[in-house]
Design a protein around this ligand. Structure first.
Ligand code: UDP
Ligand code: MG
Length: 341
């Protein structure tokens, strides 16, 4: 029996390069060994350009193109999660639509699956289009998170990864957190792991949707999700300042006994400012964790699906009409619509 390779592609305003991606990926996928069939699962993450229409067109022409459309922009990770949820493959590959993740690697990924690997992380050796700042901050981030967390992250692991059916099932069932780091989960679930290296190409068209500010927020969340060390900072700094306080008391008693009441306006001001600054930082850190707790508690959906195309197994209506039947299916099966099991 032939196996199925699902290629999950998150799309957000990628209209200019989407056709190139489709033709390049299809050419590579058609040349896969005969024992592997394929499907392309596009997730339209609330694009405001014509990406949606283009994808519908592709889905109409090619039944191997399947489409999930979000009701609004939910972010790259939510799109990948949805893609994994909807993919039927024995092997699932997540990649970007901008051709920065080279489709030529797909045959190698299939070989790794054949060899029994279950989690394949693609490691970027060089990112041609990212500036020096992005490369330096990215490597600093991985150093930090590896120090803080028990999970060991592959530096430069990208959003380009592949999981087999069993590993994908774990992601579907057990990793539904609202504040998350999908790449991190992929590396922390275990299974037979391997890595492949690739050189990131420049974007085929359009520009990166990740600003430095977004990346910073992302990094902070990741640290908070994978480490509770920041929470313990309060205890550590409390212990250190308590020790410091004892020394100050001894010093004050000593100077008082020797020279009378010590004068120390400057010392007091400096100490108070320092202590308050530290206190507020710690309160802030606790606040960040509470914000995460709050987000998890509210339990809002990771993504909301507006429509799907070519998603019904065995049904022909979706291919013919190109739209419509997908949303019907979503209504019949509400959990598919707001998948947040
Ligand atoms: N993307 C998405 N939702 C978003 C932002 C980005 O689905 O809110 C997709 C985007 O279309 C692309 C991939 O995620 O396929 C990676 O985005 P981008 O190329 O902007 O990131 P970079 O490669 O610069 O890190
Ligand atoms: Mg990119």
């Amino acid at each position: 029996m032939s196996k199925l390779l699902s290629v999950v592609v998150s799309v957000y305003n990628e209209e200019p390069g989407l056709r190139d991606f489709y033709s390049e990926a299809t050419a590579v996928l058609r040349a896969l060994p005969a024992s592997w069939d394929y499907e392309l699962v596009f997730v339209n993450d609330g694009s405001s350009d014509d990406s949606g229409r283009l994808l519908r067109g592709l889905a109409r022409e090619d039944r191997r193109v399947r489409l999930v459309e979000f009701s609004r922009n939910f972010g790259h990770e939510a799109a990948m999660i949805a893609g994994i949820d909807y993919a039927d493959g024995d092997g699932i590959v997540c990649m970007d639509a901008d051709l920065q993740h080279p489709p030529e690697l797909l045959p190698e990924i299939v070989e790794k699956f054949e060899a029994g690997c279950q989690v394949i992380s693609m490691v970027r050796v060089r990112n041609k289009s990212a500036g020096l700042l992005k490369n330096v901050t990215s490597s600093a981030f991985y150093k930090l998170i590896n120090r803080l967390s028990d999970v060991k992250f592959e530096p430069n692991a990208s959003d380009f990864f592949a999981v087999d059916r069993q590993a994908a099932e774990v992601l579907r069932r057990n990793y539904r957190e609202k504040v998350r780091f999908l790449r991190g989960y992929v590396q922390s679930i275990g299974f037979a792991k391997t890595t492949l290296s690739y050189e990131a190409r420049p974007r085929v068209a359009g520009e990166s949707k990740y600003s430095l500010r977004k990346l910073f927020r992302f990094s902070v969340n990741t640290i908070l999700c994978f480490s509770d060390l920041p929470l313990k900072l309060g205890i550590y700094s409390g212990a250190v300042t308590a020790l410091f306080g004892v020394l100050m008391v001894l010093y004050t008693i000593h100077t008082w006994a020797k020279y009378g009441a010590p004068s120390g306006y400057a010392t007091i001001v400096v100490l108070i400012s320092f202590m308050f600054a530290m206190l507020f930082v710690i309160v802030g850190i606790i606040g960040e964790y509470i914000a995460i707790l709050f987000a998890e508690l509210k339990d809002r959906p990771v993504y909301i699906v507006k429509d799907t195309v070519n998603m019904e197994k065995g049904g022909g209506t979706a291919q013919e009409s190109g739209r419509g039947s997908g949303s019907l299916a979503a209504e019949e099966v509400p959990y598919k619509k707001i998948k947040n099991l």
